[in-house]
Design a protein around this ligand. Structure first.
Ligand code: NAP
Length: 441
């Protein structure tokens, strides 16, 4: 008898979990990968920046897992509305939750809800063509943009804002997004860290890439990138500091855009009456390792303030959740009897995509050590069909991919252009005859 496992979420953590199950299981195993979207790959499709094609090519690896014997993709099945934790425990011997961390963290300062104050997660979803974020969500009529946070997501959004649309033409960004990038009025971008260059979370490779932008002058201020003792820093951090210091010596070359990378400033208020007009920042220092204000303030005029201060997970109904760490409490991936967790939902939003591979392997070792086949009583397919839910299959996904390649050819743009919105995707795989017939965005 095969061991039946449900994996909830088809991002890297979910697919690496499916892979680990196929590799580690001693006997036969049937794995259903459930996904609320019509398409697989999670953040690889809707998080990795469009111009990071080598990272996006991980999809080629993940694809082989979904094509492996015993693995099924079930798209358009939403945990919480279409199926519950109890349903899954009736249908499978074990369930692994891999829903990641898709919600933005907030700054908690006044003015954060003004129009023009936005989350980087929404902006990323927008340029990646996420079906939950329509293409008209952003029009880049802001001249001054302040991005709060100095992690790799901040670097991604800053790079996309700073690049010319022609630099992104051969990527898979939706065509409407490309048109809006073409019309962008962004001139000055400020990326702001609340601590020093030696504390920044971005990685050296991504930082260096910023310095090579052809469309933007990239600068730092000497007094903000001074770092005392470099010898105690890791090689990666020392590299970051060296790059940032070298930018303080750059002479602007009158490029169309200007990016200033700022440090030791924390947001205290987003200013504006009916929409964002600027941001008030307080200069900081460290005291016993904590960020404290110095009572010196600076205002940067801005039409858009984008917070890029990390993602967080959301609680799943019927699954324990720690609202302090915003993760699912677990021991080596085990949550409770027959319930497991992997990826960002397990350890928080840290690490690169590959980190999820070893993380998933740990969860699967735990699962296989204490799960036996034969607990599952009913089949998910019967349960879903009784509820009128017809999952999208892996073949449906291949049809969506084909339509995206055809769109790129028609538009004379790269290898693929993302279809936007569920109706277009469902039409591409023949689930609805015409996009306009389905009103869901
Ligand atoms: P992150 O690496 O955790 O960076 C968050 C940034 O926000 C930090 O600079 C943090 O400063 C700052 N921050 C947090 N709270 C703040 C507040 N209240 N006020 C001001 N600043 C605040 O998160 P991320 O950039 O969202 O990235 C998430 C994960 O995805 C990371 O592991 C990242 O490496 C990965 N990722 C990788 C790539 C890539 O490999 N190319 C691309 C994108 C994302 P403090 O350090 O002071 O807290």
């Amino acid at each position: 008898m095969a061991l039946r496992v449900a994996v909830v979420g088809s991002g890297p953590a979910g697919i690496y979990t499916a892979e680990a199950l196929t590799k580690q299981a001693q006997g036969p195993v049937e794995i259903d990968v459930l996904e609320r979207l019509p398409t697989p790959y999670g953040l690889v499709r809707y998080g990795v920046a469009p111009d990071h094609t080598s990272i996006k090519s991980i999809a080629g690896y993940l694809r082989r897992v979904l094509e492996a014997p015993g693995v099924r993709f079930l798209g358009g099945v939403e945990f919480g509305s279409d199926v519950s934790a109890d349903d899954l425990l009736s249908c499978y011997d074990a369930v692994v939750y891999c829903t990641g961390a898709m919600v933005d963290r907030r700054l908690g300062v006044p003015g954060e809800d003004l129009p023009g104050s936005v989350a980087a997660t929404d902006f990323v979803n927008w340029y990646c063509g996420h079906p939950d974020v329509p293409p008209d969500t952003f029009s880049l009529d802001a001249e001054d943009v302040v991005v709060i946070g100095v992690g790799n997501v901040a670097v991604d959004v800053v790079r996309v804002l700073a690049k010319g649309a022609e630099e992104l033409r051969d990527t898979d960004v939706p065509d409407e997004v490309l048109r809006r990038l073409e019309a962008s009025r962004v001139r000055r971008i400020h990326m702001v860290g609340r601590r020093g260059p030696e504390h920044a979370k971005f990685t050296l490779k991504e930082l260096r890439e910023l310095g090579e932008l052809i469309n933007a002058d990239v600068l730092t201020f000497p007094h903000e990138v001074e770092v005392g003792d470099l010898t105690t820093l890791s090689r990666q951090t020392r590299g970051n500091v060296d790059v940032l210091r070298s930018w303080s010596e750059r002479v602007p070359a009158n490029r169309p855009r200007r990016l200033e990378v700022r440090f030791w400033l924390r947001p205290v208020e987003i200013l504006g009456v009916s929409r964002v007009e600027g941001i008030r920042l307080e200069r900081t220092r460290l005291q016993d390792g904590r960020v404290v204000g110095t009572n010196e303030f600076e205002t940067i005029p801005a039409d858009m303030v984008m917070r890029s201060v990390g993602y967080q997970s959301v609680a799943l109904a019927g699954v324990p959740f720690d609202s302090t760490s915003m993760t699912v409490p677990n021991v080596a991936g085990k949550v409770s009897d027959r319930q497991y967790v992997a990826g960002w939902l397990k350890r928080g939003p840290t690490g690169v995509i590959g980190t999820n591979k070893s993380d998933a392997a740990e969860t699967v070792r735990t699962l296989l050590a204490d799960t036996t086949p034969g607990t599952a009583r009913i089949r998910l397919d019967d349960l879903l069909s009784a509820r009128g839910v017809t999952p999208l299959t892996y073949q449906d996904w291949l049809a969506i991919e084909t339509a995206e390649a055809e769109l790129a050819t028609a538009l004379k743009r790269g290898e693929r252009v993302k279809l936007v919105g569920r109706p277009a995707m469902l039409a591409a795989c023949g689930r609805v005859t015409h996009p306009a017939q389905d009103a869901t965005p």
